[in-house]
Design a protein around this ligand. Sequence first.
Ligand code: NDP
Length: 330
Amino acid sequence: MAIRKKLTILGSGSAGLTAAIYAARANLEPLVVQGLQAGGQLTITTDVENFPGFPEGIQGPELMEQLHKQAERFGTQFIYDNAESVDLSRRPFVVRTSAEEILTDTLLICTGASAKLLGLESESKLMGHGVSACATCDGFFFKDKVVFVVGGGDTALEEAMFLTRFATSVTVVHRRDQFRASAIMVERAKKNEKVKFILDTVVEDIENVEKGEVTGIKLRNLKTKEVTLHAADGVFVAIGHKPNTELFRDQIELTENGYIVTNGVKTSVHGVFAAGDVQDELYRQAITAAGTGCAAALEAQWLLESEEGGQSEAGKSEATVKQVAMRQSG
Ligand code: NDP
């Protein structure tokens, strides 16, 4: 039999779990379909130093565990599975997992974003055999090894510095001579003696597919066109992320990069809200995801309340909106 819910949340990163805390405290008994990477991207990071409230920083997985407990405390239900399909053509919306069918009056999409890859055949063949998209997950396996990190953003530099805990040498390969990463990260990485840089350079190939392990990385300098082969034990790809919106394609408006188009947190489908990295191409921070998760839960709550009260959403007075918000924050 189908599960019937007023509010269902897809995803359990900081957006999804913050939405769950708010919705649960509003007695909406939210259901969170966690996804297979429960806890989202912060579970594969180490130190989080910029989430307000933690002056000494906090480990990503610990932060997510705390948010999960907080959501659970107020009655959130969790399903430890991926959503396999959704039908957003009419309400109640339908969400299917491998084992359940969920009918829900409102849906909060907080499915986040996933790591982008270079697209090389050798990269996919050697993934998990020396190629990785997550230093936090796999760094430990590269004790006393020579590794390369591809990318020039905060993730690449953060991963490079993390990998210096294990590897003997960490080389950052970036396609330009200017970094996308914040100045403080660039400064820290440059100060780290174990971190080297190869700039204006792309990865041409990763060796050795025949052996089933990484033995080298072939690099092409974009300015000189010179191709060089370097001995390597590991290659970490850290070139950004793509939004997890495949499920919603053709059902909801997406940007050309595949992010969900939102007005605030409202999507093109009435009753469907989106929060976090799945709709945020610009800020992509845990705290902004949490903020939009809160907003999405409040919007869903107001919509449900206006419908239960027979009041159209548009007809709801500003005073009511403020009252509800004040009640929630108390
Ligand atoms: P970004 O999009 O910021 O950076 C991606 C990097 O990869 C860029 O340098 C880009 O090059 C390069 N790149 C992209 N595609 C390719 C390709 N096909 N081949 C080679 N290089 C490529 O992603 P990040 O994951 O680094 O960061 C995402 C967001 O998360 C940012 O807002 C960042 O600030 C934030 N973040 C914050 C952290 C913190 O504060 N502790 C830690 C990690 C991330 P180019 O520059 O030429 O486009």
